[in-house]
Write a protein of this length. Structure first.
Length: 397
């Protein structure tokens, strides 16, 4: 099949030769075969007419997202093989068969060689988010592939791309079921034996932060008999793990009343009514200003402070401020779990912000663990930007 041909400027092919999947608009020299529409497949060549890659064209700074470095036919079989590779990978590392667990990341964009596509598996329901028009236009094909490869393990597919597709695309996406309906789904999932209600309709991302699974498990090792504070707690994942491990008390904090309601529901789902847990629907800084306790363990898992490089400085200041308040509120001998999910914030910059916070709070800090996303959120060695989650576990005196 003939695709629109895009030729890069001299010297702008080097990142592609290192298999990086992004081509920026400034690297394009000339376009042959007509003006590509948003979502079209284009063939990319260097300035000497040597083939480099195939990818989806889009309007914006990242002009092409590459999904193949081979000059092959892109058809249903191509995408089926991509899905099968993702399934095989998760089987080989065991994540799709973890004990007492039926929730995991099914497709992780660049990490699985499918830039612009996210899929999460929730106990038979696949929730899809497309971040590029090219992937969005393939959604019906993807549903058919899922039905073929997952068989009876697939009950429904829910598309939640309304808020993630580029606004310039002008395609008016609407969230909703592409296969099955709400009667076919079970919104309760199990993660290492802990139960969670998933609200993929109203919730953030696809409904749950699957990327913190192993870090939640690690928290349990530090929570027995402790007073724990889960800040930016969303649906209470860390709170449930702390209670399961035998925490003396757990306080969950989130600015969203909906999030706190979901947290309370998840706590009750696992433990019934318990006085060991209390939720606070309030701003994190306001909470620390009036905190009812000094805590043995504090978790900071804020939303992305930096969506792009232009706001990086302000984001780093934000991480410093919130970590300083937590370090001022933690007991001597306490443990701080602190995270950044901002792709624009490097691991080094995040550490510098936390170190500055420790100095300002006049606390001595030792690093116990350096954390990242789990194995079902794979990081391609050719695309370091896909390692978005950074975490530190600190011993504070």
């Amino acid at each position: 099949m003939e695709y629109i041909k895009i030729v890069l400027k001299s010297g702008k092919d080097q990142s592609l030769r290192r298999f990086h999947p992004w081509i920026f608009s400034g690297a394009i020299k000339k376009i042959y075969g007509g003006e590509p529409a948003e979502g079209d497949i284009v063939a990319v060549y260097d300035n000497k007419d040597e083939f480099l890659a195939l990818g989806h064209y889009q309007i914006g700074s990242i002009a092409i997202r590459v999904f193949s470095f081979e000059n092959i036919t892109i058809d249903r079989e191509f995408w089926k093989n991509k899905f099968q590779e993702a399934i095989n990978y998760r089987r080989q590392i065991g994540v799709s068969t973890y004990p007492d667990t039926n929730v995991y990341r099914f497709i992780h964009a660049e990490g699985d060689g499918m830039p612009g596509l996210i899929m999460d598996y929730y106990n038979g329901t696949v929730v899809m988010q497309t971040h590029s028009v090219g992937m969005h236009l393939l959604r019906e094909t993807f549903v058919e592939i899922l039905k073929e490869l997952l068989g009876k393990n697939l009950k429904a597919v829910y598309d939640k791309s309304e808020a993630t597709l580029p606004h310039k695309a002008d395609i008016n996406p609407q969230d909703g079921f592409l296969y099955g309906n709400e009667n076919d789904t079970d919104n309760v999932v199990t993660e290492y034996g802990n139960k969670f209600n998933i609200d993929w309709v109203r919730g953030q991302k696809t409904g749950f932060f699957i990327d913190q699974r192993e870090n939640r498990k690690l928290l349990g090792e530090y929570s027995k008999g402790k007073k724990v504070c889960n800040v930016f707690g969303y649906t209470g994942g860390f709170s449930v793990y702390a209670l399961k491990a035998g925490a003396e008390l757990v306080h969950s904090v989130d600015a969203s009343k909906l999030a706190i309601d979901l947290t309370d529901d998840n706590v009750e789902l696992n433990f019934g009514k318990t006085e060991k847990h209390k939720g606070f629907a309030m701003d994190a800084f306001d909470f620390f200003d009036n905190a009812p306790e000094k805590y043995d363990v504090i978790i900071l898992d804020p939303p992305a402070f930096a969506k792009h490089q232009k706001v990086l400085h302000n984001a780093l200041q934000g991480y410093k401020r919130i970590n300083q308040r937590a370090l001022e509120q933690i007991k001597s001998g306490g443990i701080l779990f602190t995270f950044s999910c901002s792709q624009a914030v490097s691991r080094e910059n995040f550490r510098k912000s936390v170190f500055a916070a420790a100095a300002n709070a006049r606390r001595n800090v030792k690093i116990l663990h350096q954390l990242s996303q789990p194995v079902d959120h794979p990081v391609s060695i050719f695309h370091p930007e896909s390692e978005y989650l950074k975490g530190l576990v600190l011993f504070v005196t």
